[in-house]
Design a protein around this ligand. Structure first.
Ligand code: DOR
Length: 457
């Protein structure tokens, strides 16, 4: 029996209505007890003194790209999940835009074997909506469900054909499976490089207008209403989408949504100016689809999280190699390597008081689990919470520690981030997955462990 006892943490679990300084005891990969002085009662345990630190359930990411199979030069399951652990994520859902794409039982089974061999945290596969992600015919949803996918998505591309999307949502209703849509109308964004606005005009780049997203969000909500299928809007980026989702939820439509830390905090100016306004740049590290928008969108997205209109914060971790990014802007691949900065970047909106820390934790833990019924799909009751019996997936963090983003320290192969050199406030220090410590920050390595109970830190 392996026991890990965490002393004196501020434990926050919005689901359990818990925010207080208590102990938590993990036994054999599960949460055993949470409460005052619980750690003192156990014998023969490995101990961590978390005085001054916060403990929450491990983060759950509904949207990341691990690139394996097919693009191992960008990321692998091993490196992507090491990055996840460094970012505090203990469960990640992997998008199917791999090579081959995840559109058959055989591809999912082989992915699951690879996950079994090399993942550092739990990886849940997402299957394709359409065969080869080509947008022409549906992938075999029943077969994919049987192989263990937790959702369907053609992320990277929208399902453009309305009749096909309607059929996908009908299957969603039949199989009780979320369909995660990358909502951007291709006819409005083809060749688009960034948000359509004054910066795109200034740089002479073709834009991707907000309306391209909102048209598909509105259309797909109508289709979800028609079919009863579960529509999930991936990486919501505009104020208009937030309004559409709020209205749909108020009508009882089966719709959920996620926002990324970058869409919550960064604007299109970053593409032209980086962090300074000194000179004009074409900063491809800020190129992402959907694109970074404007202040009024950030405000609406923050309110969306605060009010629960947007269910989850998801990373859209999109690692790319140097050669994918450090080329002409038009040719550069879209995407940001996000797993290792997601929590700290999202903390910006806690520090500016857009929403409280408990709300951030909810949107990174229990809310994504509930949005996609991940506890039921995985057969892991309590996933995303610290309830006794739940998997011992935890993160220990300092909400106020400042640190500088150094891409050389990234465990992800993707060093593509517009945050390099930026100081962020809030840092993940330890991540525990299934009762095993899978990440310890070098800042605290050797300091938090209490070998002999008489030692302090
Ligand atoms: O910027 C993006 N990159 N957006 C997506 O939807 C896909 C992703 C990728 O796979 O690189």
């Amino acid at each position: 029996m392996t026991t890990l006892a965490i002393h004196n943490a501020r434990i926050i679990d919005p689901e359990l209505n818990l925010d207080g300084i208590v102990d938590i005891v993990l036994v054999d990969g599960h949460i055993a007890r949470v409460g005052p002085n619980e750690a003192e009662m156990v014998i023969d345990a490995e101990r961590i003194d978390a005085t001054g630190l916060v403990v929450s359930a491990g983060f759950v990411d509904l949207h990341c790209h691990l690139r394996e199979p097919g693009f191992e030069y960008k990321e692998t399951i091993a490196t992507g999940t090491a990055a996840a652990a460094r970012g505090g994520f203990t469960t990640v859902c992997a998008m199917p835009n791999t090579s081959p794409p995840m559109d058959s039982q055989a591809s999912i089974e082989s992915l699951l074997r690879q996950i079994e061999q090399s993942a550092h945290v739990r990886v849940l596969p997402i299957g394709c909506i359409t065969v080869g992600r080509q947008g022409n015919e549906l992938a075999p949803a029943g077969e994919l469900v049987d192989s263990g996918v937790v959702a369907l998505s053609d992320d990277g591309d929208a399902v453009a054909d309305a009749a096909l999307m309607q059929a996908a949502l009908s299957y969603s209703s039949l199989f009780n499976l979320p369909v995660s849509q990358h909502a951007e109308d291709p006819s409005l964004v083809s060749d688009g490089q960034m948000h359509e606005g004054w910066v795109s005009t200034r740089l002479g780049l073709r834009g991707r207008p907000s309306s391209a997203e909102e048209i598909f969000v509105a259309r797909d909500i109508a289709l979800a209403e028609l079919t009863g299928g579960h529509l999930h809007i991936a990486h919501v980026s505009t104020a208009g989408s937030v309004s559409l989702i709020a209205a749909a939820k108020a009508r009882g439509v089966n719709v959920t949504a996620e926002v990324t830390p970058h869409h919550l905090t960064l604007t299109h100016e970053l593409v032209a100016f980086g962090d300074s306004y000194k000179e004009i740049d074409y900063n491809a590290s800020a190129k992402v689809n959907p694109p970074l928008r404007v202040d009024s969108d950030l405000k609406a997205l923050g309110i969306g999280i605060r009010d629960g209109i947007i269910d989850a914060i998801a990373t859209d971790h999109a690692p790319h190699s140097l050669s994918d990014k450090e080329i002409e802007f038009d040719l550069a691949a879209p995407g940001i390597s996000m797993l290792e900065t997601a929590f700290s970047l999202a903390m910006t909106r806690v520090h500016d008081e857009t929403f409280p820390l408990g709300t951030l934790i909810r949107s990174l833990t229990s809310a994504p689990v509930r949005a996609w019924d991940l506890d039921k799909r995985t057969g892991l009751p309590g996933l995303g919470t610290l309830s006794p019996g739940a998997p011992a997936d935890l993160v220990i963090f300092d909400p106020d520690m400042e640190w500088t983003v150094e891409t050389n320290d990234f465990l992800s192969k993707g060093k593509n981030t517009p945050l390099a050199g930026r100081v962020l406030k809030g840092k993940v220090l330890v991540t525990i997955s299934g009762g095993e410590i899978v990440y310890t920050d070098s800042i605290v390595a050797g300091r938090l462990r209490l070998g002999d109970r008489s030692e302090g830190i």
